[in-house]
Design a protein around this ligand. Structure first.
Ligand code: ADP
Ligand code: ZN
Length: 619
């Protein structure tokens, strides 16, 4: 009978199980941003589409409903290499989690399957390709499913940069289990990608949660490229000595060379690219995650889902293919909310190279056109005279004021009237074409403008052109800046192996209709001073530490390193930097005080509490 008396004798149930789980399991006091609403939506059985930047706190959005609802939360994730770490991190919190993917031995897999079927798992991580197997669908049918979480949901989009064909098979979930709530999550979200996720995953009825994509603790900077290795080294020495970070390069070869160069110069760096054998790759990734202060030099094969919270910088030595890719990659910095840098060098050669890749790419004209749009947006970001962050957020459909924490805000670039310079360059291109039927790359055109009577000029009699030597008012590097910006503004295009420049329709308006061209002056020394940086750093929510606190923090880190090593897990699985900082500042004297620190949940308190108190007491 359902009487008031019956409820009175029932075990006390909290009226807010989601908050209870947040506090007890994860050790956090309050939900962040839209987490509360998302969690409620899914607990209530509804679907959700969650767009949140990296570090925004997506995992809790499905982990908490999985713990609150009956059954197992099934998480589809392409991040096979990271599943073990994810499961370890959950186990450290006392959550029952397992995974199924191709890296497992059959007996391990069978054990997880048995646990699932027996209802002994709170969370099960699945690689998407497993859903193509009938046996997986049967297995899922043997247990009770609390929810489906589709992580990195942008992988379903062909417009985006991480397309995985296996993701297209995810529509079976909804067909097979129409009543199980689904939550799709991604940190990549242009309107186009978003629409594709909704259509392909049949999520038209889902509630959408779009968080701000701003990452205020990341400082964005883009500098002209001249000697990239050297520039990188100067940057690391000046601003990030001893810090963990990621350096992205386009080719395997430059990954190897850059890693070797850093190592020769006393910076601990490891290479990562698809050409390395599987073991070396896995080992380098594991070391980057586990050890403090390592630099990983990588192609974009590295990084999706890397949830190391204390990556202090992401450097790009080559131009990324799209703004989405760039934002995703730079977003791997500073997940812990502490000040971090996204630093890139970029030059004319990058544009030529990207163009060449597009021209030679497989796929039809429409596909190449898409790639070109991606490149155009990336160039516009590089050449902007406005706030980089404003421009980035605009790309994701969000508006923002100038941020005060990017290079163009910190040292605003001057702009100048480049109309005459543009006319000189464009008419050189036009004359060569009209009078000689020839096209050339930027280097040779600039030599002509500068009046250099070198071998190639003489060979073609180019010193006889009327434009020969008309551009001596600018230096070579300034001319390269002009070419880059004309490309970025669509007033010029580049083609082929030699980076041949040709006019566009828009070029004519500059040559013949008096259209003016504003250009950005090449900065002499664009790096903001350290003072400017640290003033801004104060914005980020770091617990301030005194000198004595800092030495305690270092001892806590040492304890964490030893503990993590002993248990074979990444250091951040034990505790995050932010948690150790708070412990160092508050110096808790007993377990109750330690339990009040953010990031210390019940399971970690029981497991590490006494040891941490000892480290604190041993001052
Ligand atoms: P994402 O998957 O969106 O990149 P994560 O789920 O890894 O982000 O969360 C980023 C960091 O923020 C993690 O260290 C996580 O523990 C922390 N975090 C998430 N939600 C909260 C919260 N409500 N309170 C405190 N820390 C949180
Ligand atoms: Zn700015």
């Amino acid at each position: 009978m359902d009487t008031a008396e019956d409820t009175a004798v029932a075990p006390p149930v909290t009226d807010d199980p989601a908050h209870e789980v947040l506090r007890r399991v994860f050790g956090y006091d309050s939900f962040r941003g839209a987490q509360r609403e998302i969690v409620d939506q899914v607990i209530g059985g509804g679907d959700a589409l969650v767009l949140m930047p990296t570090g925004g706190g997506k995992s809790l959005c499905y982990q908490i409903p999985a713990l609150v609802r009956d059954g197992t939360g099934v998480v589809i994730s392409p991040l096979i290499a990271l599943m073990q770490d994810q499961v370890d991190a959950l186990s450290a919190l006392g959550v029952r989690a397992g995974f199924l993917n191709s890296t497992q031995f059959p007996d391990e897999r069978r054990a997880v399957e048995a646990q699932y079927a027996a209802g002994e798992l709170d969370l099960l991580y699945l690689a998407p390709e497993r859903l193509r197997m009938e046996s997986t669908i049967q297995l899922l049918g043997r247990g009770r499913i609390a929810l489906f979480a589709i992580d990195e949901a942008h992988c379903v989009s062909q417009w985006g940069h991480d397309f995985r064909p296996d993701y297209l098979a995810l529509s079976v979930l909804h067909e097979q289990w129409p009543d199980v709530p689904r939550i799709a999550l991604t940190a990549t979200a242009t309107a186009k990608t978003r629409d594709e996720i909704i259509t392909r995953l049949d999520l038209a009825g889902a509630r959408r949660f779009v968080a701000s994509f701003d990452r205020p603790n990341i400082q964005y900077r883009i500098e002209p490229k001249n000697r990239p290795d050297r520039q990188l080294l100067d940057f690391l020495r000046a601003e990030h000595p001893g810090d963990a970070g990621i350096v992205y390069c386009l080719s395997r070869n430059s990954v190897e060379k850059t890693a070797a160069f850093l190592t020769e110069n006393g910076i601990r760096a490891l290479p990562y690219h698809a050409g390395l054998d599987h073991r070396t790759r896995a080992e380098n990734q594991a070391r980057f995650l586990r050890e403090d202060g390592l630099v990983i030099v990588a192609t974009i094969a590295f990084g999706m889902g890397i949830d190391k919270p204390d990556v202090r910088f992401v450097a790009h030595l080559d131009l990324p293919k799209s703004v989405e890719g760039y934002y995703q990659e730079t977003g791997r910095a500073g997940r812990d909310g502490l000040p971090s840098t996204a630093w890139m060098v970029y030059g004319l050669q990058d544009v030529v190279q990207q163009r060449r890749l597009i021209d030679s790419s497989e796929g039809d004209a429409a596909h190449r056109r898409q790639l070109q749009l991606h490149l155009d947006a990336m160039l516009a970001l590089c050449e902007t005279v406005d706030c980089r962050r404003t421009q980035l957020l605009a790309y994701f459909g969000q508006s923002a004021q100038p941020c005060g924490n990017c290079d163009t805000c910190l040292s605003p670039p001057e702009s100048w009237d480049g109309t005459v310079a543009a006319q000189k360059l464009l008419s050189a291109v036009l004359r060569l074409k009209r009078e000689r039927g020839q096209s050339f790359g930027a280097g040779h055109l600039i030599d002509i403008l500068l009046g250099k009577k070198n071998q190639k000029v003489q060979q073609y009699d180019h010193h006889e052109l009327s434009v020969f030597g008309v551009g001596t008012d600018l230096r070579d590097s300034e001319w390269r800046g002009v070419v880059r910006q004309l490309l970025a503004q669509g007033l010029l295009t580049v083609h082929g192996d030699y980076g041949v420049l040709t006019l566009t329709e828009a070029s004519e308006s500059v040559l013949f209709d008096g259209r003016t061209v504003r250009l950005r002056r090449e900065p002499e020394r664009p790096t903001p001073s350290r003072a400017a940086r640290s003033a801004k750093s104060a914005k980020a929510a770091a617990v301030e530490l005194t000198e004595a606190d800092t030495s305690l923090f270092e001892r806590l880190r040492q304890w964490r390193a030893d503990t993590a090593k002993e248990q074979g897990v990444p250091a951040y699985v034990v505790f995050h930097d932010a948690t150790l900082r708070e412990i160092a500042a508050r110096k808790p004297g007993d377990l109750a005080a330690l339990g009040a620190v953010s990031g210390v949940g019940e399971s970690k308190l029981a497991r590490y509490g006494e040891q941490v108190l000892e480290v604190v007491a041993a001052q």
